[in-house]
Design a protein around this ligand. Structure first.
Ligand SMILES: Cc1ncc(COP(=O)(O)O)c(C=O)c1O
Length: 422
């Protein structure tokens, strides 16, 4: 029965049953974690061959470069070719980074802040610089701009991407310098931007000449059901309109091989690539080419990556389905909350009835289940509706996940009843 249709007496009876079940969980002294989007140990094992992919005396790249030595600022040819296929961009528009795309994003923002972009004034010399943050979104994106003292402006996410009416309005402000985007299997909603959203993004005419779209394609090949949810190429759309300098695109192998020792990459216009390479020439004498070579030996082309991702998906599907089955069977019949069924990525976003998210996370914590803090998916950790909770199903084994979701659903029901009775 829907909670909204229950009488006060029925709700109180239901609450008493749930409290008993909740206390039983507390006595189990659980220690469960669904907080961060980390691959499970079985997923890491899929890439173990990479640990031995480069060994003496085979440490030369295909053009004869000794991968052990300095040099090769923007990456080895075979890695550029691989990311060129992944991004659908020419290899000359690509820079291979170190082990983290977030690091590359941080550096790009740091450069804009300290040195400026395209002859515009460094953002550090300006008052009230702002950045658009489609939310719920990735907390670490918001953390980067917050770190640099940039004001994060929340833009609501819709089923088709950021609310573009609002984005188009906000970019008329010359102090709005950019937007964070996770366009495919977004973190945390798992939605892919529609063609219309991508086209409107490409057609933006921001007042700031140094406006940048931070296009973080972290989940570009991370399909759950073997089927790619198509995403229009923003760069191609920008090219048609002459706006390609507005875009910086990022991806990495973090959730393809081993996060922490993967390979990151970015793709951008010639102008942006030249500017970034110039900065890099001061930053480093060359990246970890040995690690690039390991990856290039494991994946000769995109088809190899796709076959590998199917192995990940096989391990991940039961976990996503465990979460969705629990939500469908325990929460849907009570009419509490909503969620999206993602076709890829790493997360499921649960939208609790307004005002319940913090309470759910607290109840879970008190019974031994760690979730991403409520509000973390919004700038400054403030969800105006106190509703969104990011569920990360990949790290715990299925058996733990089942227990965790049982507890989660009890907490969600308790919080919803408390709200209705208050
Ligand atoms: C949207 C998004 N971007 C970037 C990252 C981190 O990527 P990397 O390991 O390449 O820094 C994550 C990790 O969860 C993510 O969800």
């Amino acid at each position: 029965m829907l909670y909204s249709q229950m009488s006060k007496e029925q709700l109180i009876a239901e609450q008493q049953d749930l409290q008993a079940a909740y206390q039983a969980f507390q006595q189990k002294k659980l220690c469960l974690d669904m907080s961060r989007g980390k691959p499970g140990a079985d997923q890491l094992d899929l890439s173990n061959e990479i640990l031995n992919a480069v060994a003496a005396p085979n440490y030369k790249t295909e053009n004869g470069t000794d991968a052990r030595n300095y040099g090769g600022l923007d990456g080895i040819d075979e890695m550029k070719r691989l990311f060129s296929e992944i991004f659908g961009m020419p290899a000359e528009d690509i820079i291979i980074g170190e082990n983290s795309s977030l690091h590359m994003m941080f550096d790009a923002i740091a450069q804009a802040v300290s040195r400026g972009l395209g002859g515009e004034r460094p953002w550090a010399t300006l008052e009230h610089v702002k950045f658009l943050c489609p939310a719920p979104g990735y907390d670490r994106h918001f953390g980067v701009t917050e770190y640099f003292g940039i004001e994060n402006i929340t833009v609501p996410m819709t089923e088709t991407g950021p609310d573009m009416d609002i984005v188009e309005e906000l970019v008329k402000d010359p102090m709005v310098k950019g937007i964070w985007c996770v366009p495919k299997y977004s973190n945390p909603d798992g939605i892919t931007y529609s063609d219309e959203t991508v086209r409107r993004m490409a057609a933006l005419q921001p007042a700031a000449k140094d406006f940048r779209i931070m296009w973080d394609n972290a989940y570009i090949v991370h399909h759950l059901y073997g089927k790619d949810e198509p995403l229009l190429c923003l760069y191609t759309e920008c090219k048609k309109r002459g706006t390609e300098d507005m875009v910086l695109m990022f991806a990495s192998t973090s959730k393809i091989t081993h996060p922490g020792s993967g390979v990151a990459a970015m793709a951008a216009s010639n102008k942006n690539i030249a500017l970034i390479k110039k900065r890099m020439s001061y930053q480093t004498i060359g990246p970890d080419k040995v690690n690039q070579l390991r990856h290039a030996r494991m994946f000769k082309n995109l088809a190899d990556v796709q076959a590998h991702m199917e192995k990940h998906a096989k391990l991940m599907r039961p976990k996503f389905e465990t979460v969705l089955t629990a939500l469908d069977s325990r929460l849907a019949p009570r009419g509490i909350g909503r969620w999206h069924r993602p076709n890829g990525g790493y997360f499921i976003s649960y939208y609790a009835p307004h005002g319940c998210a913090k309470r759910i996370v607290q109840l879970c914590k008190d019974a031994g289940l760690t979730l991403t803090p409520a509000g973390a998916t919004y700038p400054y950790g403030k969800d105006p509706d106190d509703s969104n909770i990011r569920i990360a199903p990949t790290y715990p084994p299925v058996s733990e996940l089942q227990t965790a979701m049982e507890l989660f659903c009890i907490a969600a029901r308790l919080a919803a009843i408390e709200k209705l009775l208050s």
